[in-house]
Design a protein around this ligand. Sequence first.
Ligand code: PMP
Length: 341
Amino acid sequence: MSLHRTATEPVIADSILETIGDTPLVRLARYGAGLTPQLVAKVESSNPGGSIKDRVAVSLIEAAERDGRLQPGGTIVEPTSGNTGTGLAIAARIKGYRVIAVMPDKMSREKIDLLRAYGAEVVIAPTDVPPDSPRSYYRVADRLTEEIPGAFQPNQYRNQANPAAHEASTGPEIWEQSGGRITHLVAGVGTGGTITGIGRHLRRMKPEIEIVGADPEGSIYSGPEDQVRPYLVEGVGEDFWPETFDRSIVDRYVTVSDRDSFLAARRLAMTEGILAGGSAGTALHAAVEVAKGIDDPAAMVVVVLPDGGRSYLSKVFNDTWMSEHGFLGGGPSDARVGDVL
Ligand code: PMP
């Protein structure tokens, strides 16, 4: 027998864009110890740009190319909390577009640097103004789109290519990877694209599935509209209702504080070796709340972890930042970076 293996067909992607999606579904046996149902995570940091938004970015660009709104050499302007901008910047490098990302000023330094590393231009707008203020990041993006010739704004808050990307890829992946055993989906809601798209697919496959929105305290989705206020977790919650969010898809919400979100993300890193962002912590904390209320061992709670933790090393995973905000101290759940659990 020859020691040399016979070479088969090469498996080489034509560009990094082809490697988007097909992210792993991972059982969180350690984090979920003591819970009756299985707790399982869709780990979206495995995408090339490090987040679930790579899927959406390609879908937005290709829809605009098809209907002629984006011409060769055109400029893409988008209000983004960072991840959509990164996905857009990656796709734009391959496809030859200019990208201008307009970001709220609460976003982490790492996300801004990351966008610039991919060649995007970054414009920062204040977080603490109403969405219809001319200074809000939404309105600044609108103004730039009007002013720059050939500019196109995908508008992930209105563009149905956003939920469609999840309906076509993330939803079917979760269904197939879980072997159809998923009983509960828990996901954060920013534009609503993730929960709407995944939810639509899962509802079709299993109408009795329960879909739970994980929402920060201060967001409009689960709180009273007169108590909308800023919070620190990035990428989830809103102060308005986006058109990409089909409210009827959500059966119920779990409201989660910044503190619980960040401590959940830290504990996930310590227990499972999965470094995920603050909004993953929001979803994870909510998923555990959901799982605590289930006494069926055949149930499977799937939680979406939208991005990785490397963009938050100076915040969620920084003890000084966490202490300054009063998020550390006061309980055994406050795993500090470096603790052995
Ligand atoms: N988490 C993070 C870190 C995000 O950037 C986003 C996108 N805004 C979400 C969660 C929420 O996803 P969606 O917009 O699909 O609701």
